[in-house]
Ligand binder design. Structure first.
Ligand code: NAD
Length: 421
């Protein structure tokens, strides 16, 4: 019988054998890539569990389709369903122009308080990449999703609000550093201890659960000491307080090696060292962007603030083949709410052409299966997608960059994956 996914008071997800999972097809190329995705997911589940487990998909409306049918971009019933069923998957949505809606995605993140934006970055052999050794890239980014300079508290120069804030800063806080007050717009960078801790806690727990070697806190704390610097400090403190037996800081690790008379090698970062403990370290964001190119093998889980995370996610995605293959999820690990989504947009020029790459949505589906604990179909799909790409039977984005490849449509690429499941 189809049932809801729920969360136990102990914090675990309770996933029935036939969970009801809402899906939003999305706008533009959304319907094309969703059709391929749902066939791949259902077949992989069937092949793994022989009918004992299956997903009961529940279509919910959002975006243009919803607006045409109901006059609302994000109908109340959709929001209610996403709240009720906890886990959902979606295609890309058009950002409505005007009407006071910043973005439907932002709306979902805020409404459900989805504080982790999770983006795994891994390489599939054969994917065209600008890197010399792209196979060394294997990271999962945990980007804080609700705070930072992205909180939307900003004022245009010339407005009453900007002037009031300027006056407050100069008169009450004796700020003298504003160079051109007459033409200054202002934005507020919001970073809290609670907000930082819940993100970093989720990142460390993920590393422990998946037996990964390290969590790197990426920040600009050298310049922004009380926001980004505090994020880093709160991260180290949290690791020591909440995960004392499961984590080691890089400094502690160096110390231990020294006491043992051993040299510290970068190799240490690739193994879960000392009885499987996770190493906690930090890197300044600009240096991280260098190191991610020069020594990507030294990084595993990245925990970072909203703006850094935005830049880093796209830069790293490009290292392993870019937008057509980058999955993502927005998650609240406290309530269990999670929405899995392709990270690209609606690519409206290609709507209904059945030509675009469905991999990002398929891999978002893989993340969803992992999240609900259905690892076997998740592994099957990852493996089968890898075979399709290795065989150079790909959609146009990869076809254009590969030698001797075979061009497939979106649906044919779905068939190709299914053949290898
Ligand atoms: P886009 O990601 O839709 O497209 C940019 C280009 O990337 C496309 O022209 C195409 O060449 C390529 N591309 C995108 N998806 C691809 C795929 N699956 N396979 C192969 N190539 C692919 O970005 P845009 O044109 O800036 O945005 C279009 C619309 O999407 C806007 O309304 C924007 O607000 C919205 N958007 C939505 C989301 C979301 O729902 N998560 C994210 C970003 C943008």
């Amino acid at each position: 019988m189809a049932e809801k996914i729920t969360k136990a008071s102990s914090g675990e997800l309770i996933v029935p054998d036939e969970p009801i999972i809402p899906f939003i097809e999305g706008d533009g190329i959304g319907p094309d890539i969703w059709k391929a995705t749902v066939r791949v997911l259902d077949t992989a589940i069937e092949k793994s569990y022989y009918g004992k487990r299956k997903i009961q998909w529940k279509k919910v409306l959002a975006g243009e389709e919803a607006f045409d049918a109901t006059g609302q971009w994000m109908p109340d019933e959709t929001m209610a369903a996403l709240k009720e069923y906890l886990v959902a998957i979606k295609g890309p949505l058009t950002t409505p122009v005007g009407g006071g809606i910043r973005s439907l995605n932002v709306m979902l993140r805020q409404e459900l308080d989805l504080f982790v934006c999770q983006r795994p970055i891994r390489y599939f052999e054969g994917v065209p990449s600008p890197m010399w050794q792209p196979e060394k890239v294997n990271m999962v980014i945990f980007r804080e999703n609700t705070e930072d300079i992205y909180a939307g508290i900003e004022y245009m120069t010339g407005t009453v609000e900007a002037q009031a804030l300027l006056d407050f800063l100069t008169e009450n806080l004796n700020v003298k550093k504003i160079r051109f007050p007459e033409s200054t717009s202002l934005g507020i960078k919001v970073v809290s201890k609670e907000g930082s801790e819940r993100l970093i806690r989720a990142a460390i727990q993920y590393a422990i659960d998946n037996k990964l070697p390290s969590v790197t806190l990426v920040h600009k704390g050298n310049i922004m000491k009380f926001t980004e610097g505090a994020f880093k400090n709160w991260g180290y403190e949290l690791a020591a307080r909440e995960f004392p037996n499961q984590t080691y800081t890089w400094n502690q690790w160096e110390q231990t090696k020294k006491e043992r008379g051993e040299a510290v090698a970068n190799e240490d970062l690739k193994v879960a060292s000392i009885g499987g403990k996770v190493i906690i370290k930090d890197t300044i964001a600009d240096n991280f962007l260098q190191q991610a190119l020069l020594a990507p093998q030294d990084y595993s889980i990245i925990a970072t603030l909203n703006l850094n995370g935005d830049y880093i996610s796209d830069a790293l995605a490009a290292q392993v083949g870019g937008i057509g293959i980058a999955p993502g999820a927005n998650i609240n690990y406290d309530t269990g709410h999670a929405i899995f989504e392709a990270t690209h947009g609606t690519a409206p020029r290609f709507a209904n052409t059945n030509s675009m790459n469905p991999s990002s949505l398929i891999l978002s589906g893989v993340m969803m299966l992992e999240y609900i604990g259905w690892r076997e179909p998740a592994e099957r799909i990852t493996q089968a997608l890898g075979v399709a790409i290795r065989n150079k039977r790909v959609t146009v984005d990869f076809f254009n960059l590969m030698k001797d490849a075979t061009l497939l449509s979106t649906s044919e690429f779905g068939d190709e994956i299914i053949r290898h499941l």
